[in-house]
Write a protein that binds this ligand. Structure first.
Ligand code: GLC
Length: 616
């Protein structure tokens, strides 16, 4: 039987022939089991969810269904959905194509060839560059037990023998892919990704005999085929997560759980499937991440304390402590968790803790991370060594720390949130992701958000240049580079994380611009990227001060470059979608924030006075 026909037969409800039948990696659950009956315990949840996802017939959707859309997408999908929600696990549900088998790659190849890009992007006029991007994004899709579960970080034929971990699905990298799929109306891959990564949460892996905290999400995962029963004849697939124990530098993926929550919320908003976030296992997942983030430590600040390289910048770059990127994602995750958590006895205390942290965090960032001409001038005249509750220079910042580049660089009507704040240390570097996500999440006030975009506009050549966007500005050079990066040859000045240009950041820029009514800026940046990305083969990053060269060690066909571009195009086309991905100011938080600013103590104050007190 031809493989395509086999898939069609399975979709139509028939049993697959033996070659496609695979033993389940776990014992099937009793016939009464369904996705609605979930166990809240962590280990039990892992077991249960994994069983279900392997057994689902609707796992044939996504890539497989592209090839079959014309022969009955709706009936197949509805049938599958019905089976998933309530029916007992049938023999059909327990069968799926083994992507590890040679035969399967044939199916994938043929179907990939069959995917008509016109189908994908419907009737709208799309450029050749976009069409290519969609094809590449589809090619990057990873399958597990026959279902699409994510996208590989990069699919660069030139580095086929030295893939490192670029053949894995990274949590943070998948976010723009997920948004592109969701905005196109394809939610299955995102749903699968969310549920499978949930299964991996708090896996029993250890780093040098030490287990990561419960609730930690991996940085990435890989689908591996392992021999069944020690024989080399039959294989089963497993998801193999990396919590940093294999990663270069053993960096902790703090941002993964935060991105997972952000994506979960976006999935609900765009697909309308709110039932997913209400599931017991998903609620437990949110609580575990929040509990981990809110657990007590030695820290004195409301910001999240992390080690170096715990986010997109996953190498030593002097961002240990309280880096802005983590704080902006943390703020979003707190707000979205509060929105998604079902209020019941078991979640009341957590929601209270979330609220307290939110108001303290937004006050801290808005007040202490913000710099503009006025604030820099204030720091310039700071007194130091103040010992008292009402010290002006609370963190004992020595004015000599103001870098010489900043004095001439900062425009009059612009400002930004600094990269990091610690005792006696302000990291004045500008980090794009943290600033953009502060706009998107409303961690930054309206006025601050406006001023951050003014900075992009006025410093276009520095922050956008020939290829959007600079990951940070300026680069560390000479002794600073030697001491702070540890002489990292990959992070030389104006390369990679040290002032390189990362096209993936385009989608966050586009989102922030749309939110602030600055479509013109986003269009300009997207046009600059569109002019080069395809001919440069979709690089991971660019080098040099203006982003003129493809990065020295950049992977080509980097998925989040491709997906970031597509998401930006889709957002520009449907700017109304941006509003469901962003957050507005929370007036209750603003009030609490203003109470904190009141030097006379924690007196209640009105919303109006709150507004007038903050950075006028
Ligand atoms: C690099 C980047 C990291 C990304 C990974 C996969 O390590 O620094 O942010 O997730 O590549 O693309």
């Amino acid at each position: 039987m031809k493989l395509r026909k086999v898939v069609a037969a399975v979709l139509a409800g028939g049993s697959p022939p033996p070659i496609l039948r695979r033993r389940l990696p776990f014992n099937p659950l009793p016939a009464s089991s369904s996705s609605d009956i979930l166990l809240s315990g962590n280990v039990n949840r892992l077991f249960f969810a994994r069983f279900l996802d392997c057994g689902r017939i609707d796992g044939f959707s996504g890539k497989f269904l592209h090839g079959y859309r014309r022969i009955g997408w709706e009936s197949v999908n509805l049938g599958a959905a019905r089976r998933f929600s309530s029916s007992p696990a049938s023999s059909v549900e327990r069968s799926y194509v083994n992507p590890g088998l040679e035969a399967d790659s044939l199916v994938l190849e043929r179907i990939a060839d069959d995917v008509e890009v016109e189908d994908v992007v419907k009737e709208r006029g799309v450029s050749e560059v976009e069409k290519e991007a969609w094809r590449l994004l589809e090619r990057a899709v990873v399958h597990y037990c026959g279902s699409p579960v994510g996208t590989v970080a990069a699919d660069d034929p030139a580095t086929a023998n030295n893939k490192l971990n670029y053949d894995q699905v990274f949590i943070r990298d998948f976010v723009p892919s997920a948004l592109a799929f969701l905005l196109k109306g394809e939610s299955e891959i995102v749903r699968n990704f969310l549920l499978h990564t949930l299964q991996l949460q708090s896996w029993e892996k250890t780093v040098d005999c030490y287990s990561p905290g419960q609730g930690l999400m991996p940085a990435s995962f890989k689908v591996r085929a392992v021999p069944l029963d020690g024989s080399n004849e039959a294989f089963e697939e497993i998801l193999d997560p990396d919590f940093g124990e294999s990663a270069i530098g053993r960096v902790a993926p703090v941002d993964s759980g935060l991105w997972w929550i952000i994506l979960l919320r976006a999935y609900g908003k765009i697909s309308g499937d709110y039932a997913l976030q209400e599931r017991v296992d998903v609620q437990t997942g949110i609580k575990l991440i929040m509990n981990l983030c809110l657990s007590d430590g030695f820290d004195m600040f409301p910001t999240l304390l992390v080690t170096d390289g715990s986010c997109m910048i996953d190498r030593r770059m002097g961002i240990h402590g309280h880096p802005l990127e983590i704080q902006a994602l943390f703020y979003s995750a707190l707000r979205f968790s509060r929105e998604m958590l079902v209020i019941e006895e078991g979640s009341r205390n957590l929601v209270r803790a979330i609220n307290n942290r939110l108001s303290a965090l937004s006050f801290h960032i808005r007040e202490y991370y913000w710099v503009d001409m006025r604030k820099i001038n204030e720091i310039y005249r700071y007194k130091t060594e103040e010992y008292s509750h009402d010290a002006i220079n609370k963190f004992n910042i020595y004015p000599e720390q103001i870098p010489s580049w900043l004095v001439d660089w900062i425009p009059d009507k612009a400002g930004y949130l600094i990269g990091n704040l610690q005792p006696a240390h302000m990291d004045f570097r500008f980090f794009s992701l943290g600033n953009l996500w502060s706009i998107v999440s409303s961690l930054a006030m309206q006025r601050q958000a406006d001023h951050i975009l003014n900075l992009f506009e006025e410093k276009w050549d520095d922050l956008i240049g020939k290829m959007p966007l600079k990951i940070c500005f300026p680069a560390l050079e000479y002794d600073e580079w030697r001491i702070i990066t540890g002489s990292d040859p990959k992070n030389t000045p104006w390369s990679y994380h040290n002032g390189g240009s990362w096209p993936t950041l385009l989608w966050q820029f586009t989102l922030a611009c749309i939110k602030m009514g600055r479509l013109d800026l986003a269009q300009r940046a997207v046009a600059a990227a569109e002019a080069r990305l395809s001919s440069d083969q979709w690089p991971e990053y660019y080098d040099t001060r203006a982003g003129r060269f493809v990065g020295k060690q950049a992977r080509l066909f980097q998925t989040w470059t491709i997906a970031g571009f597509l998401t930006s195009k889709l957002l520009l086309e449907k700017p109304e979608m941006a509003s469901i991905l962003t957050c507005d100011e929370d007036m209750d938080l603003l009030e609490a924030c203003a109470c904190g600013l009141n030097k006379g103590g924690r007196k209640k104050c009105s919303r109006i006075s709150a507004k007038s007190q903050i950075l006028v």
